[in-house]
Design a protein around this ligand. Sequence first.
Ligand SMILES: NC(=O)c1ccc[n+]([C@@H]2O[C@H](COP(=O)([O-])OP(=O)(O)OC[C@H]3O[C@@H](n4cnc5c(N)ncnc54)[C@H](OP(=O)(O)O)[C@@H]3O)[C@@H](O)[C@H]2O)c1
Length: 351
Amino acid sequence: MSDPLLIYGATGYTGRCITAAAVALGLRPILCGRAAPKLKAFAEPLGLDFRVAALTEPHQLAAALGGVKVVLHAAGPFSSTSRPMIDACLRAGTHYLDITGEIPVIEALVRRDTEARAQRIMIMPAVGFDVVPSDCLAAHVARRLPTASRLAIGLSGLRFATRGSAKTLAEHVGYGVLVRRDGLITAVAPGAWSRRFDYGAGPRESLTISWGDVSTAFYTTGIPNIEVYFEATPMLRAMLMASRYLGGILNTAPWQMWLKTCAEMLPEGQREEERAASAMAIVVEADDGARRRASARLRTPEAYSFTGVTAAAIAQRVLNNDIEVGFQTPARLYGADFVLALAGVHREDLD
Ligand SMILES: NC(=O)c1ccc[n+]([C@@H]2O[C@H](COP(=O)([O-])OP(=O)(O)OC[C@H]3O[C@@H](n4cnc5c(N)ncnc54)[C@H](OP(=O)(O)O)[C@@H]3O)[C@@H](O)[C@H]2O)c1
């Protein structure tokens, strides 16, 4: 018997991680996507039901959502996939979860809040590695420093991007790095801002990147100034420099097509045993402009495996009616300590 949980994009690399984590929780998701042969080949050995629907066909999506309580959307880039799915969820009265980390997509979903409340559905984007652990850590640091006016979030450990992530990243080349200033999202030059974070082995140079928390941490904590940094690996420096000096060219249609074709040639993703050997570290530092500071560090399993775990855990909450209608962020609804219940997660205060 299937659960009324539908995973869309289930045959993608991350969709498969989410499906595995959902099955490990004892869930029986319905798998969905646009390619019937891939779905059949993936679903049948697992004994799971599958449905075929193209995002471009509203009647197919409506049929796929029949009897479904919550959609967990894993097909990206979400710049083109989120809108048709949220439209279908609003029409069907189905709760919406996704694993985007794309700031404009999250902000577009914020603007659907009134419709979601009218339809009594919950919209919760970014239930993957980007942003569940950092959102929970930001909420934890914010409750330790209630006067905080600025959050700086540092991430380390991401050594690999899947084809889907590489295509998604390509779309953001040349548009500047997004940060939040006085409540508003604004762009700064790629590579222009740096900061040192201690991820556990001493201070490490880190550079600003556009990451979902610039959107979500504001709704979780109310803090109006937010920046997110990645540890400055040679690959990150090269990407930011290319974005800064060639961005105007790289975001034109022919170059976008070329970048996405290159992304298609990348390995699909790491093997499970390679993922198991990796780990992530997140540091959140807050200050209130009056010399008061708070900071904490979180360690998690590898990002793609952990995306499966966080997304499946949140889907299970929704199936158990642990929801609030309207736009929600993970830590605002489930609390700063939600992430601590997941295997392989450790948090420590740094001050
Ligand atoms: N926030 C996070 O922490 C996080 C973590 C991991 C991934 N992600 C994001 O999740 C997305 C998927 O990543 P991935 O690693 O799973 O990539 P992937 O292996 O390339 O899989 C992409 C999946 O999306 C489907 N898809 C793409 N465009 C579609 C469309 N227009 N209509 C229907 N299905 C479509 C693909 O279906 P076909 O096979 O039919 O092409 C495939 O199932 C990316 O945007 C990535 O950045 C976010």
